[in-house]
Design a protein around this ligand. Structure first.
Ligand SMILES: O=C[C@H](O)COP(=O)(O)O
Length: 247
């Protein structure tokens, strides 16, 4: 039985004052039927650890270093530093990092390995661009991105996978529940038997208005939410939808 997960990805947003107000507005009461997590900028993880300690919200990082040991890697965050702060998840391979930091499939896979080795759960993002979808390459792209991770991660049950079609991120264009479900089913199949226990999240313009329809699909186990997560009230509605539909 998979316990659904809704994760808010702050991206490069927030401030100490904004974060305080968000936490005051969100007021989540831990639910036995859904895991809720937020991935603020790394600079604010410690602040959030205090702000949401009583709310039963898990902390996530937006990225993690592929380096297993501490050392001379300026600007990088070691997985063990994140667990030291109580972080549970690390997003790896978000399309914005694949695009703007030129992260390769192999680097993303190594980040997943580093996360797992420190006890973090990597949230492996996969997704096709609009051009790739139009060329009917969606499943081939997802398969390639995921295969790189499966080549080096032995225990598939340690993963969370997030399907984020690049054309749906921040554009207001959500994949239809059926479009998302067909990709999620293919991901589940590629994960093999252990994939039955893996959360596969959908991301890309998830809002309170479309969350319920997405969560009604059999292989959609939650969401990775960007813009809508910055609005505490809307993010709460999405979490509540997950608890109702999936819990
Ligand atoms: O990580 C989150 C995704 O990139 C989705 O972002 P969005 O909800 O703003 O489309």
């Amino acid at each position: 039985m998979r316990r659904p997960l809704v994760m808010g990805n702050w991206k490069m947003n927030g401030s100490q004052a904004f974060n305080r107000q968000w936490a005051a507005d969100f007021q989540w009461t831990q639910s036995p039927s859904v895991n809720v997590a937020i991935a603020p900028p790394a600079l604010y993880i410690a602040q959030f650890a205090e702000l949401v300690a009583q709310q039963g919200i898990w902390l996530a990082a937006q990225d993690v270093s592929e380096q297993l040991s501490a050392g001379a890697f300026t600007g990088q965050l070691q997985a063990e530093m994140l667990t030291d702060l109580g972080v549970r998840y690390a997003i790896v391979g978000h399309s914005e990092r694949r695009q703007f930091q030129a992260e390769s499939d192999e680097l993303v896979a190594n980040k997943a390995v580093a996360a797992i080795s420190a006890g973090l759960t990597p949230v492996v993002c996969v997704g096709e661009t609009l051009a790739e979808r139009e060329e009917n390459k969606t499943l081939a792209v997802i398969e390639r991105q995921l295969a790189a991770v499966l080549d080096v991660v032995r225990d598939v049950s340690k993963l969370v996978v997030a399907y984020e079609p690049v054309w749906a991120i921040g554009t207001g264009k959500t994949a239809s529940p059926e479009q998302a479900q067909s990709v999620h089913a293919a991901i589940r199949q590629q994960l093999g038997g252990a994939g039955e226990s893996v959360n596969i999240l959908y991301g890309g313009s998830v809002k309170a208005a479309n969350a319920q329809d997405l969560f009604s699909q059999v292989d959609i186990d939650g969401a990775l939410v960007g813009g809508a997560a910055l609005n505490a009230g809307e993010f709460k509605q999405i979490c509540e939808s997950a608890a109702q539909s999936l819990g």
